[in-house]
Structures are given as C-alpha cells and as structure tokens.
Design a protein around this ligand. Structure first.
Ligand code: G3P
Length: 218
C-alpha cells in the first residue's frame, strides 16, 4: 500500500519525505486555506514547491463546480508539473470533466466519494484515483472502511484500473484497516503515519539491548 500525506504544510511534507516512505501528497482547498495560501497564483506556486520536495503524485483540487471551469483549471494545474493529479469532486460535471481529462491523458483523483455508486462512475470515467472519505463516514456513524473494502472488491471484480485512495484517514488504526481492506493508497496525517512505529515491546526491547551492551562495554 502506498502512503500519501494529506496536508499542504511544507514542513510536514519534508518530514514525511525524509522518513523515506512517502509516495505522494494530497491537498484540498481546506488544507491550502489552513496554510494561509490565498489566490490561484499562490496556490500554483505552492503546488510546484510540493512537487519539488516529493517525487510522487501530488493532488491539486479544482475550485470550479461547472464543467468548463473545471477543464480550464485542471488543464492549468496539469501543466505545472508532470506529477500533478487533478482532483475533481464527484458531481455530475466532475465525472464529465474526469472523462475529458482521461481522454487528454491528464490524471485525476475523484474526491468526496461516499458510496460505491459514486466510485463506479469515477472508474467508468477513467479516474486514476478514487477517494472514499473514511473519517467523515465514521463521523456520521457509518462505516468508512467498509466503503473502501466494497470499492476494492468492485474494482477487482470488474477489472477497473482506478486506484482506491483511502482519504479522510484520522488514526493509525485507520491505516491498518486500509491495509486489511486492500486499499491501493492511504492518504494520512503525519501523526497517523508516525503512530505506526509505536509499540511498547520495541521500546522495552531496545532499552534492554542497550543496557546489556553497556554492561560489557563500559
Ligand atoms: O483527503 C481528504 C481529507 O483531507 C479530508 O479529511 O479529516 O477533513 O475529513 P478530513
């Protein structure tokens, strides 16, 4: 399973990249706003900065909600760097735009996916990635991981090439559940990725190794 980091924060992207296990980055308008990035030119500059840090796919989201606007924005974003993936919301004009981008060879990430039916449309339009939102489904007492699993099964059964990119990952446990569900990618906050390292037996074991080493070397 590939790891993407779900942030527009350059320091966190650098830190995850330096761990040597980062495969890409996802952003969205809320994450860009959180970093105080305003205006389309500044957004574009920021996407290029991210692409210069990470050698993997970087999702950049369109703001338009109509077909023409999405095409214009998406084409501009795709020109910024070969690793840019145009992120498009799962609405009717978005599906139409994904089909257009697919035919043009522009890679896409269909976002805000909350049902297998939406994931089916994204795959039929040729999306490179589909992003089911795990945490937001859990928030409404639905089952986000179950959706990931259903989409993986559907794509496997029908042979769709679209990769399942589990998004809205909030915890380390979500990452483990994504592995079990067979997600292709999980896009995660840095804290959840680092959480994978935590195990008390590792800490206890390391302390004992060092203590035993000191006994004979001091
Ligand atoms: O990748 C989508 C993600 O950023 C949404 O996460 O935590 O806002 O539901 P969250």
């Amino acid at each position: 399973m590939k790891f993407f980091i779900d942030t527009a924060n350059l320091a966190q992207i650098r830190e995850a990249n330096e761990m040597g296990v980062l495969d890409g980055v996802t952003t969205n308008p809320s994450l860009m706003a959180k970093e105080g990035i305003k205006g389309s030119e500044n957004c574009k500059k920021h996407y290029v900065e991210i692409c210069n840090i990470v050698s993997g796919d970087v999702s950049a989201e369109v703001i338009s909600t109509n077909y023409e606007g999405m095409i214009k924005e998406g084409e501009e974003l795709a020109k910024l760097h070969p690793n840019i993936v145009v992120k498009v919301p799962c609405i009717a004009d978005g599906i139409k735009a994904i089909k257009y981008f697919t035919d043009k060879g522009i890679r896409t990430n269909c976002t805000l996916v909350f049902s297998p039916g939406q994931a089916l449309l994204a795959a039929k339009a040729g999306a490179t990635y589909v992003s089911p939102f795990v945490g937001r489904l859990d928030d409404i007492t639905s089952d986000g991981i179950e959706l990931v699993s259903k989409i993986v099964d559907m794509y496997t059964y029908y042979g769709f090439k679209t990769q399942v990119l589990a998004a809205s990952i909030r915890t380390t446990q979500h990452i483990i559940q994504c592995i079990e569900a067979g997600a292709d990618v999980a896009t995660c906050p840095l804290s959840a990725i680092k959480g994978l390292l935590n195990h008390p037996l590792t800490d206890i074991g390391l302390a004992k190794f060092l203590e035993d080493y000191k006994k004979v070397n001091d």
